[in-house]
Ligand binder design. Structure first.
Ligand SMILES: *Cc1c(COP(=O)(O)O)cnc(C)c1O
Length: 357
């Protein structure tokens, strides 16, 4: 190692799911929405006047912030926006987790949390899920686990399991002195949002994204909703980094997509319907899984190791996600695609699982 390298901030980066580009592939590995975004996105793009690109965008992204505030019936001062919820979460870690005490998150969860903690030198502790992959709320109470903050997804990833609202509230009741971040990337697919708790707890931050339920993963729009004070602290940190994270096109497309509520509800309903049918099919084929409230199902098979199934699917250009990690290395996380895509998956699994071994 050269001398200068000793002073490099070294990080082990997060590894996102692969993005193969093959014609006819079935991509069920990164929880994207199988349906296109609202037609209003195309309208905005077509009408966009490129001359305005000379100018810097609105640093407050007011048009987008207002559309989000209207959607959730909150004040615009309660809304923070960023480049995907990954950006929002990273900013939130930097802003709120500075006590020197370890932050807490589940042992099986979104694998970006420990990466940010390492990057920002935030000590952390992983709290084990129970045997059913459930979060045990008492384990997060400050008197049981002194901590510098809490973060977890609801529903959890990659399990899809929901934590009920009263359990979330109990965690807040027992942690008045730290920020509690609920990452609701998948909440629109049937879990209960923690947003109503904002009225009672000023240290709660709810983070959501347009990447899954609103079919805009390629646009990169995430947002946080919280108490005005929290949002001001977040914006102070963001503007100290880069005042213009949200570009003009993103702001305009995002705002239009939030205003199309009907299409949003339709698409989410289709995904949920396909998910419930897929659960029956997985059961019929000998898989078991927790009761997912997300747009993916985390399955394990009674006889065939997950890694083998993963490889066999890959050869068919059916991409799912496999995590070679303790406790979950016999599971596959399978995104809910269209009914047709899922049928192809089940047809293949049916013949694959029935072949002689
Ligand atoms: C997908 C996901 C995110 C981030 O998504 P963005 O595309 O950055 O908005 C955050 N948290 C969890 C748990 C996710 O699964």
């Amino acid at each position: 190692m050269s001398k200068w390298e000793e002073n490099v901030r070294k990080v082990v980066p997060y590894v996102p799911g692969e993005q193969p580009r093959q014609e006819g592939m079935i991509k069920l590995n990164t929880n994207e929405n199988p349906y296109p975004p609202s037609a209003r996105a195309a309208k905005v793009l077509q009408a966009f006047e490129e001359d305005t690109l000379r100018l810097y965008p609105d640093p407050t992204a007011a048009e987008l912030v207002n559309a989000i505030a209207d959607t959730y019936q909150v004040n615009p001062e309660q809304v923070f926006v960023g480049v995907g919820s990954d950006d929002v979460l990273a900013m939130a870690f930097m802003t709120f987790f500075n006590s020197g005490k370890p932050i807490l998150f589940p042992d099986i969860t979104y694998s970006f949390y420990d990466v940010w903690a390492e990057e920002f030198r935030i000590p952390y502790e992983r709290i084990a899920l129970d045997e059913e992959f459930q979060i045990v709320p008492e384990q997060y109470f400050a008197e049981n686990h002194p901590n510098g903050g809490i973060v977890f997804p609801n529903p959890n990833a990659p399990t899809g399991v929901e934590l009920p609202l009263d359990a979330i509230e109990s965690i807040l009741q027992h942690n008045p002195d730290v920020a509690v971040i609920v990452d609701e990337a998948y909440v629109d697919f049937g879990a209960v949002s923690a947003l109503p708790l904002l009225e009672k707890y000023e240290n709660l931050l709810v983070v959501q994204t347009t990447s899954k339920s609103r079919s805009l993963a390629g646009m990169r729009i995430g947002y946080a909703i919280g108490n005005e004070k929290m949002i001001r602290y977040l914006n102070d940190v963001k503007y100290s980094f880069n005042s213009y994270t949200m570009n003009q096109i993103t702001i305009a497309v995002g705002a239009a997509v939030f205003r199309d509520r009907e299409y949003f509800q339709e698409t989410v309903a289709k995904v949920v319907e396909t998910r419930e049918w897929a659960k029956e099919e997985f059961t019929r084929l000998g898989f078991s899984f927790g009761d997912s409230k997300a747009n993916f199902i985390f399955v394990t098979h009674k006889a065939i190791p997950a890694k083998e199934i993963f490889q066999a699917l890959r050869e068919q250009h059916i991409y799912v996600r496999y995590f070679d990690k303790p406790r979950i290395d016999n599971y596959l996380r399978i995104t809910v695609g269209t009914r047709e895509q899922m049928q192809v998956l089940f047809d293949f699994l049916e013949s694959y699982l029935n072949q002689e071994r």
